[in-house]
Design a binder for this molecule. Structure first.
Ligand code: DOR
Length: 449
């Protein structure tokens, strides 16, 4: 054979779907930011390119309309949110799979995990398949978290094996703590067997009783029933013990108090299989705001707490005790929220404000870098649910978020894509704005369009 005959062709695509040029690309695995182009073909990443000649050659093979100039912008793997409430089935007036996914794309997300506290609960294969089929054409990838117990009633295990077969990436009774320790032990054993996390809403139900805000000086002053932080701490401590006993994998949702952050920090140091998330409202809001505003959008479970708790949550984010930032996007109708504080359902929407809150309250204040923030919103959540997402590796689904890092904007809930507007952040001035969201190489959200 002649040398000419054995010469192998470098596999370059005939054409590219999309080339994103000029932006500062964040690689959350390497922890780098570098000016580079991202080349995409067949909905997948081909390469992150810094060589000008190769970039120009790729641009020549791409339709002009599909070359995106991201100069002055940050380009990151598509954001991932482990904690979102879509209200379908059951409350389609508050959010549907499609509307929630559109809100997610507007917030920079290309993947969200939806919680099972729908009506009926997502506790069987049929309901999982229904949500997945609704999501097929949505603006963002929707992964399903199945109920850990039947009807989320905390009495009997759900058919976790069946749920896994139908495609759930985790189980949870979110909204409620799995109070029965024996049941939680079994859930953890299943979590180990199927290698999926149990996402736990950690608040002991007896200690929270019918409390509606943090139990503190603020609640005593208002004469409002409180939910003490120790309810979360005890719940977390029990689950740490059970996780270490069973070898199961527990993920603590929306960590909100000093004691729980400390408990998780210690457990991680001891090698327990535990991960944790924090939500923007727990690192930006304190319970004395309820005194001043009595805004029912400030009612959330677990509740917003004191400055010491906010500081502890931020310290946990900084030192890695808290692995990821999630929104706990919880849509509720205006009618349901326009009532007395203790009558309002808990929860606030979060998908369309999280990026600006992270930029303004964590990055601009010097707590974490852009790279660290993006890790907590991409590769870290992807690892928790064991999905090959959240980074820029060749062959991965070409999911990207383009961010204007310093753009200032004011939160206007009337512009939300979500069907619900229940946010306490309306009118807040934030810095850092999502400009474009790309899913599988296709633009699914473009600001202003
Ligand atoms: O405030 C909350 N709202 N916390 C939860 O855990 C559930 C959520 C909801 O579904 O509305």
């Amino acid at each position: 054979m002649t040398a000419k005959a054995v010469k192998t062709k470098v596999s370059q695509p005939e054409s590219y779907d999309l080339v994103v040029t000029g932006g500062d690309v964040i690689d959350p695995i390497l922890g780098t930011i570098q000016n580079a182009a991202i080349l995409i073909a067949d909905g997948k990443f081909v390469s992150v390119e810094t060589d000008k000649k190769k970039i120009n050659a790729a641009i020549k093979k791409t339709d002009k309309a599909n070359v995106i100039d991201a100069s002055g912008k940050l380009v990151t793997p598509g954001l991932i949110d482990l904690h979102v409430h879509l209200r379908e089935p059951g409350r389609e007036d508050e959010e549907t799979v499609m509307s929630g996914a559109a809100a997610a794309a507007a917030g920079g997300f290309t993947t969200i995990c939806c919680m099972p506290n729908t009506s009926p609960a997502i506790d069987d294969q049929e309901t999982v398949r229904f949500v997945l089929s609704e999501a097929a054409l949505a603006d963002c990838r929707v992964l399903v978290v199945g109920a850990a117990t039947k009807r989320r009633a905390g009495e009997e295990l759900a058919d976790i094996g069946d749920l896994v077969k139908a495609g759930v990436v985790a189980v949870s009774d979110d909204g409620d703590y799995i109070q029965n320790p024996d049941l939680m032990r079994r859930v953890l054993e299943y979590s180990r067997m199927f290698d999926i996390p149990i996402m736990q809403h950690a608040e002991d139900k007896y200690l929270v009783g019918d409390g509606v805000m943090n139990e503190s000086f603020a609640s005593a002053k208002l004469g409002v029933r409180g939910r003490p932080a120790v309810a979360e701490e005890i719940a977390v401590l029990r689950d740490i013990k059970l996780a270490s006993f069973t070898g199961g994998k527990v993920h603590i949702q929306h960590v909100s108090g000093v004691g729980s952050v400390e408990a998780i920090r210690r457990a991680k140091a001891e090698g327990v299989n535990i991960t944790a998330e924090a939500c923007p409202h727990h690192f930006t809001l304190t319970d004395d705001l309820i005194d001043k505003e009595f805004d029912t959008n400030l009612r959330v479970n677990p509740p917003i707490r004191t400055q010491a708790d906010v500081d502890a949550v931020i310290a946990g984010i900084v030192d890695g005790t808290i692995d990821c930032i999630a929104t706990d996007h919880a849509p509720h109708s205006a009618e349901e929220k326009e009532v007395e504080f203790d009558q309002a359902p808990p929860g606030m929407v979060g998908l369309e404000t999280v990026l600006g809150l992270v930029k303004t309250y964590l990055i601009d204040k010097g707590f974490i870098t852009w790279q660290e923030a993006i890790s907590k919103m991409t590769v870290n959540p992807a690892r928790i649910i064991k999905q090959d997402l959240g980074d820029l590796q060749t062959g991965r689904s070409a999911d990207l978020t383009i961010i204007d890092p310093d753009r200032e904007w004011t939160v206007d809930p009337s512009k939300f894509k979500s069907l619900s507007r229940n946010t306490p952040f309306g009118g807040w001035k934030l810095s850092g704005r999502v400009e474009m969201t790309i899913l599988k190489g296709k633009v699914r959200y473009s600001e202003g369009e």
